[in-house]
Design a protein around this ligand. Structure first.
Ligand SMILES: Nc1nc2c(ncn2[C@@H]2O[C@H](COP(=O)(O)OP(=O)(O)OP(=O)(O)O)[C@@H](O)[C@H]2O)c(=O)[nH]1
Ligand SMILES: [Mg+2]
Length: 262
């Protein structure tokens, strides 16, 4: 962080979970830096801060590797939204969401919002192979982040991958959109939420490509819009919470060891 700059306090927390190699870090790179770049398997977790209008949203990237599993529930503590990520070419990665990751979200807010994301759609779906970020969009974003002071490290947007740079080879799709939507229904039941009173599966299940940018902005921006009520409620609570005046507490007739105040 540059000298003198102050870390902004996040208003709300979003966490991304899922098995190793599904593309969690790549999705965050695509959204925050507008590029697809080489990754190394995440160790522990990583934190991004995104300015969304007047609000600061912290996005926590987590490690999918089993050895870091214990950290997951700590990262989810107080989360307003959780992105459960799988790889559309890997059935097991969807199964793991239910078997290994869902219970980690028990520490999230009671009104936490869940999105289910099937990444690597470029490998199975020709329309996801088309680059989504036009140069113009990248430039706009870079200008905007300069103005708003996004604190995500590294900017320098690169041009998106051209169709020619993509392999064009289709891989067998192992997880259908309907499988993800069925999982979403089971998550609502696990959380004790009514399906008809909650956000619909069609809105909360996405197929994305971190490689091309397909649906990546839609995913994050949908979630950010949905967590706004949480932000406003938290700000409201902070304004109303009573504060203790330590000076009052120490002064007056209170003698040390008599009335237990401080
Ligand atoms: N084709 C394709 N490959 C992707 C996509 N997203 C990620 N990858 C590749 O998948 C591999 C894993 O990506 P990461 O983003 O590191 O995966 P991760 O979920 O963060 O993995 P962990 O940090 O180990 O939990 C890398 O080789 C990426 O280049 C995508 O949308 N399409
Ligand atoms: Mg990672």
């Amino acid at each position: 962080m540059p000298e003198g700059s102050k870390m902004k306090k996040p208003d709300v927390k979003v966490v991304i979970l899922g098995d190793m190699n599904v593309g969690k870090t790549s999705l965050l790179h695509r959204y925050t830096e507008r590029k697809f770049k080489d990754t190394i398997s995440t160790v522990g977790g990583a934190f991004y801060l995104k300015q969304w209008g007047p609000y600061n949203i912290s996005i926590w990237d987590t490690a999918g590797r089993e050895q870091f599993h214990g950290l997951g529930s700590m990262y989810c503590r107080g989360a307003a939204a959780v992105i459960l990520t799988y790889d559309v070419t890997n059935w097991q990665s969807l199964a793991e969401l239910e078997e290994r990751f869902l219970s980690l979200t028990d520490t999230a807010n009671h009104d936490c919002i869940y999105a289910i994301v099937g990444n690597k759609a470029d490998l199975t779906d020709p329309k996801a192979q088309l680059p989504q970020d036009s140069d113009r969009v990248s430039e706009d974003r870079a200008e905007c982040e300069e103005e708003t002071g996004s604190q995500v490290l590294s900017t320098c947007p690169t041009p998106p991958a051209s169709p020619a740079s993509l392999s064009g080879v289709m891989v067998h799709k192992q997880v259908g959109h309907e499988d993800a939507m069925a999982l979403y229904g089971r998550i609502l039941r696990y959380k004790g939420l009514e399906e008809n009173g909650s956000l619909p599966a069609e809105k909360m299940c996405f197929e994305t490509s971190a490689k091309t940018g397909y649906n990546v902005d839609i995913l994050f921006e949908t979630l950010f819009d949905l967590v706004l009520p949480s932000i406003l409620r938290k700000r409201n609570e902070n304004q109303q919470s009573p504060t203790v005046d330590l000076e009052d507490c120490r002064g007056g007739n209170n003698k040390r060891g008599k009335t237990a105040c401080c």
